[in-house]
Ligand binder design. Structure first.
Ligand SMILES: N[C@@H](CCC(=O)N[C@@H](CS)C(=O)NCC(=O)O)C(=O)O
Length: 211
């Protein structure tokens, strides 16, 4: 398998963590995503992924899969051990809800293309963009903390095994810390991030801070 990836991408980290939890090897193809000459906006990469986003996974069968949740679920379907979704249908739905609350309602407002556009808005400067990021991280993580508090049954988001919810939560929560937010204000999230951080798959496959 080949993973189109970027080292500062938290969406890429989700796939790397899933691969590590399953012990799967992958060939990495690095794609730059910052600056005017970023490779993700160029024709060569748009032919691979018309959305111009990483991650994207080329399977052993030569099929390209885009969107990190689809990639993680594909890996789980194809390589079922250890499972990345709980067995109970309602717990599975909850795990996916948390993953989507991160991917769709937080992360989608923060990537480089959004920051680049914001910087063109009159009156917006680097501090304004940083405030924008902290605002959506705070609003999103506060809602997720309440969701988790209402349903938590184990040491992770959806039980006692890491699931897609944890795979999506960890990179976003550590990213929030790096953006200057204290995780302690969200006690369940802080505790889960601590527990996940003790597992080898998590910090080792995290995005590096943006330079
Ligand atoms: N919903 C997508 C999000 C992918 C995404 O936004 N990736 C970012 C890096 S974390 C990216 O490629 N950004 C390029 C850009 O914003 O120009 C997923 O879950 O895979």
């Amino acid at each position: 398998m080949k993973l189109y990836a970027n080292e500062i991408s938290s969406a890429t980290s989700r796939v790397r963590i899933a691969l590590a939890l399953k012990g799967l090897p992958v060939q990495t193809h690095a794609v730059t995503i910052l600056g005017d000459d970023a490779q993700n906006r160029q024709a060569d990469y748009l032919r691979v992924n018309p959305q111009g986003l990483v991650p994207a996974l080329l399977t052993d069968n030569g099929v390209l899969i885009t969107q990190s949740l689809a990639i993680v679920e594909y890996l789980d379907d194809r390589f079922p051990e250890p499972p990345l979704l709980p067995a109970d249908p309602e717990d599975r739905a909850f795990s996916r809800s948390v993953a989507l609350a991160i991917a769709s309602e937080i992360h989608a407002l923060l990537p480089p293309r959004v920051a680049a556009y914001l910087r063109t808005v009159p009156g917006m400067d680097a501090d304004g963009v940083a405030n924008w990021n902290r605002h959506w991280l705070t609003e999103g993580l506060t809602a997720i903390e309440t969701l988790i508090a209402g349903r938590r049954t184990g040491q992770y988001v959806a039980g006692d095994a890491p699931s897609v919810a944890d795979i999506f939560l960890f990179p976003q929560a550590v990213g929030a810390q790096r953006a200057g937010l204290e995780l302690g204000r969200w006690p369940h999230i802080a505790e889960i991030v601590d527990a996940l951080g003790a597992l080898p798959a998590f910090y080792a496959n995290l995005q590096v801070p943006r330079r």
